[in-house]
Ligand binder design. Structure first.
Ligand code: BGC
Length: 261
């Protein structure tokens, strides 16, 4: 690898692989913002490793045509909805089960012929919020909770990420919490905003009791409608919507990759 990848690149590609869409963009790391438009493809179904790798390849091909795109010596970051340890997926709650034990770093790195660093999707969002968004300059524990197909969580302490927290799988009243309080659970169960707030209240008070955070940051697509449910919550912890919205995963994945050695 050339020397260039060891210095801090200013622009890095970030990819965010989700249950329904796979998105990518070029991130300006000085600002924590996308340069140019985001590229989005449907996540293939079934979302097997080889098929998702095809989609990621397509995204890179599209971004590579832009003048601001970093060269192949700059690592790419990818956010993925599973436990990721040393680049290997260790769970697959909302993605094809064939990912379990797949070395995601190795699969994408080989396919793209450039270094790819994978990170849990909520961890990516958490890093982005801690560095550029709602969690900036907050000391102590910040919990970033993403409400989407599942519930993702990032545990940040004094600005540092403690990876793979998986607080969406806390068992609550005999259920896996994400099956009761994710954004998709709200739709599946046909809950009104007020009913949904009651579920979030139950979930977040439990998380608050366990970790006493300084701040909750609520992310995921539903955070765009946070005024529908945040005001109804009574917690002793300050709770705010995420600031990076749909781009948090892309930005956080790029940030993580820029720190790779
Ligand atoms: C997964 C997490 C992921 C979250 C959000 C959960 O079901 O276990 O790893 O971060 O969904 O995608």
């Amino acid at each position: 690898m050339s020397k260039k990848s060891k210095s801090s690149p200013s622009h890095v590609i970030g990819i965010d692989i989700g249950g329904t869409g796979t998105k990518g963009g070029i991130v300006d790391l000085a600002k924590g913002k996308l340069v140019g438009e985001r590229v989005r493809f449907d996540t293939p179904s079934p979302a097997t490793p080889e098929k998702v790798a095809d989609t990621v390849e397509q995204i890179i091909a599209e971004l590579s045509g832009r003048p601001e795109c970093p060269g192949p010596e700059v690592p790419v970051g990818a956010a993925f909805p599973a436990i990721i340890q040393h680049g290997v997926a260790r769970s697959a709650a909302n993605i094809d089960k064939s990912w379990i034990d797949t070395d995601v770093d190795a699969l994408f790195t080989e396919r793209l012929a450039r270094l790819v660093q994978v990170i849990n999707d909520a961890d990516a969002a958490g890093l982005a919020e801690a560095r550029y968004g709602a969690g900036q300059d907050v000391d102590g524990t910040v919990l970033v909770i993403t409400l989407g197909t599942g519930i993702g969580s990032a545990f940040i302490h004094d600005g540092r990420l403690i990876p793979n927290a998986e607080l969406g799988h806390l068992e609550l009243d005999g259920h896996d919490a994400e099956t009761q309080a994710s954004a998709v659970a709200r739709e599946r169960l046909g809950l009104s905003w007020s009913e949904y707030s009651t579920r979030l209240q139950r979930y977040l008070s439990h998380v608050e009791f366990l970790f006493s955070p300084e701040l909750f940051v609520v992310g995921g697509g539903i955070s765009k409608r946070s005024e529908e449910f945040l005001p109804a919550l009574t917690l002793r912890t300050r709770i705010v919507p995420a600031q990076l919205k749909n781009h948090a995963g892309i930005v956080g994945a790029a940030l993580q990759a820029s720190r790779s050695k």
